[in-house]
Design a protein around this ligand. Sequence first.
Ligand SMILES: CC(C)(COP(=O)(O)OP(=O)(O)OC[C@H]1O[C@@H](n2cnc3c(N)ncnc32)[C@H](O)[C@@H]1OP(=O)(O)O)[C@@H](O)C(=O)NCCC(=O)NCCS
Length: 156
Amino acid sequence: MNVRNPLVAPLLPAHLEAVQTLDQRALGGFWTASQWQVELAEPRRPGLGLWLDGALVAMASGWLVVDELHITLVASDPAHRRQGHARCVLAALLQLAAAQGAERATLEVAAGNTAACGLYGALGFTSAGVRRAYYRNGDDALIQWRGLEPSPQQNR
Ligand SMILES: CC(C)(COP(=O)(O)OP(=O)(O)OC[C@H]1O[C@@H](n2cnc3c(N)ncnc32)[C@H](O)[C@@H]1OP(=O)(O)O)[C@@H](O)C(=O)NCCC(=O)NCCS
């Protein structure tokens, strides 16, 4: 990994402009402004950003559903890819979810999304199911899971 002095911190309502800019650059606008406002305000929808020299360069967010983290979005700035940013921010989100009681994490990824499949594989996710031709371009959706270790601070 080659991350220089990154700051990983929760995404907050005040970060609306920064998350929309990164969303646009990385995903072409996955969520609208009003969807982002909900995501940033809702405590059971944790999101973390990785900031480098004051700029948001990667982010990961999810929904806590009982004892599961449903990962909804992972994105990294196209100008800063393959530098470990997405891995760093997603690993931190998994830790945060575990600290809040999540026991496993799940996500859906397009089988043809080589970068995302590589990222999730590197973080220990494995496929448990396939939704055939799920996406508009005919790509399959892989349903992936990973167990989460309880954090040392947790009294179980
Ligand atoms: C997927 C994405 C988040 C990866 O971001 P990134 O910051 O470049 O990823 P990292 O540098 O942290 O990569 C971590 C690991 O993921 C894998 N990986 C990342 N990009 C890859 C690629 N293009 N091809 C193959 N493996 C890749 C590698 O295992 C990599 O580790 P390595 O560089 O030591 O080999 C980024 O490409 C992106 O934003 N894509 C568009 C949005 C998207 O598809 N999001 C996921 C679905 S919501």
